[in-house]
Ligand binder design. Structure first.
Ligand SMILES: O=C(CO)COP(=O)(O)O
Length: 243
């Protein structure tokens, strides 16, 4: 049985005060959430320590939105795996398309980050996905397959989550059709030597489309951006109706 993993990626949103306010409203809404759903919040670095204290004894896990591959050094603006594990973080997003697009992240650095995360005991959430141009040119499968090959070299597949995030569907309201996301995720799975890796869909996931997304047999969860900022809405996503 593959795990269901629902994660909220807050990106560059929420101060500590705002995160605390979120948790106060969100946590009570998880009372009836089925036990087998894993819930993760990918919060800004400055929120993680405080959130970790407030999440103690709850089912919610914490993720960073990136992680560096060196243990320490002259890397201004970066964060080491140990700095994250020390404050109770257990997951790290790597290879998000916003990092690849705006901050020069390459498959090579994504791979280094994923391996370093695992070495420190963090589970990477690896994001892959094609741009609109690549999709229109019929290159979706090739792009994703090259990303997987490069990003996962030397990575332990038993401690990994993958998120399929088509770039054209991120923050646009233009969700990938659930059946199409299911097809691509099936292709991703067919390329992996382990069948147990949870594979999420990400890109304009909302409370109004989560039920259909989660009804797809290949989709094991969601990586939610904008809709994870509101505690009501994100709780509705976590508490999706399974069919
Ligand atoms: O990038 C995403 C999650 O990592 C998706 O963002 P949106 O849900 O805002 O489209």
């Amino acid at each position: 049985m593959r795990r269901v993993v629902i994660a909220g990626n807050w990106k560059m949103h929420k101060t500590q005060a705002e995160s605390l306010e979120f948790l106060q409203s969100f946590l009570p809404k998880l009372e009836n959430t089925p036990e087998d759903r894993e819930v993760i919040l990918c919060a800004p670095y400055t929120d993680l320590g405080m959130m970790s204290k407030n999440l103690h004894g709850t089912r919610v896990r914490l993720s960073s939105q990136n992680v560096h591959w060196e243990e320490s050094g002259a890397f201004t603006g970066e964060i080491s795996p140990a700095m994250l594990t020390e404050v109770g973080v257990t997951y790290a997003v790597v290879g998000h398309s916003e990092r690849r697009q705006y901050f020069g992240e390459t498959d090579e650095t994504v791979n280094l980050r994923a391996r370093a995360a695992q070495k420190a005991g963090l589970t990477p959430i690896l994001c892959v996905g094609e741009s609109k141009e690549q999709r229109d040119a019929g290159k979706t499968e090739t792009v994703i397959s090259e990303q997987l090959k490069a990003d996962l070299a030397g990575v332990d597949l038993s401690r990994l989550v993958i998120a399929y995030e088509p770039i054209w569907a991120i923050g646009t309201g233009d969700t990938c059709e659930a059946k199409e996301a299911n097809r691509v995720i099936g292709l991703i799975r067919s390329q992996l030597s382990s069948g147990d890796i949870p594979i999420q869909y990400g890109g304009s996931v909302k409370s109004s489309n989560i039920d259909e997304i989660m009804a797809q047999p290949e989709i094991d969860g969601a990586l939610v951006g904008g809709a994870s900022l509101d505690p009501e809405g994100f709780a509705r996503i976590v508490n999706y109706q399974s069919v």
